[in-house]
Design a protein around this ligand. Sequence first.
Ligand SMILES: Nc1ncnc2c1ncn2[C@@H]1O[C@H](COP(=O)(O)OP(=O)(O)OP(=O)(O)O)[C@@H](O)[C@H]1O
Length: 316
Amino acid sequence: IEPITVGIAIGAASVITGYLSYQDLYCRFAECCGKHRPLNATALKLDLEEKLFGQHLAAEVIVKALTGFRSNNNPKKPLTLSLHGWAGTGKNFVSQIVAENLYAKGLKSNFVHLFVSTLHFPHEQHIKLYQDQLQRWIRGNVSACASSVFIFDEMDKLHPGVIDAIKPFLDYYEQVDGVSYRKAIFIFLSNAGGDLITKTALEFWRAGRKREDIQLKDLEHALSVGVFNNKHSGLWRSGLIYKRLIDYFIPFLPLEYTHVKMCVRAEMKARGSAIDEDVVTRVAEEMTFYPKGEKIFSDRGCKTVQSRLDFQFLDV
Ligand SMILES: Nc1ncnc2c1ncn2[C@@H]1O[C@H](COP(=O)(O)OP(=O)(O)OP(=O)(O)O)[C@@H](O)[C@H]1O
């Protein structure tokens, strides 16, 4: 072996190691795309168990779906989750927890993108333009970071057909125009299907069955069919559904009085105040519950808890 060859080999090896440790070091301080930060399934599970109330199905499915997807080095398609439920049941809250578990900066990460229908796609006459913009935006971001996350809020307010523009990206293709979308994550949030979920939750309650006994199979199929046939779901007759490109339809159950109380306590804790059970009860009792007779479910979930708590401390 020639000393020159050995010298070159050692040189090359140290350049590579140097580069790798430089990259590790760089990623400690700056934001790096997903592959440098593996998902900690235990941390995600714990986060959901501690922070998300009354959503046993969502918590279970999300942990399973994300850990399965992220532990597969060669997924055949991007992960697509569709979250459904009435207002204030935790859909945005869960997206935030997921984003934080994938990227330290959470929703503020350069690799997490939030679209809000009424803000980004307001006009029905511009559907074609929105479709082009959406395709360009997603293509650009996935080219920069294969593990990008895209969250679409208010899907039920999205004009029919807009979302089908991204169908090729969600499909089983290895690449589309030289870009692979297989490591990306798409999350849709929607109020559509809230009626079906409430109906099932109410049936369980009336039959004296525990809410935790509701299983995904009790709802998932009904949700996908319901949303497909609903003109105001953003997924009306969508190719995403009939081509089975949505991996999970995840129901968010309507929240009960006890869950609202848990939200009030969590909010007080987050504000650093001592838990005052009188205030907790007062805030929970100010919420409106349905159906008319039984008054079981909060009509805004936990959504107005923060403002109602502010109100309790106002000296008026
Ligand atoms: N299941 C829950 N567990 C804990 N906190 C919750 C839950 N649901 C809602 N919250 C609290 O209420 C706030 C509002 O909820 P969130 O924005 O997630 O509702 P949403 O389901 O996305 O509603 P919308 O359909 O109106 O967008 C959250 O930021 C969180 O503080």
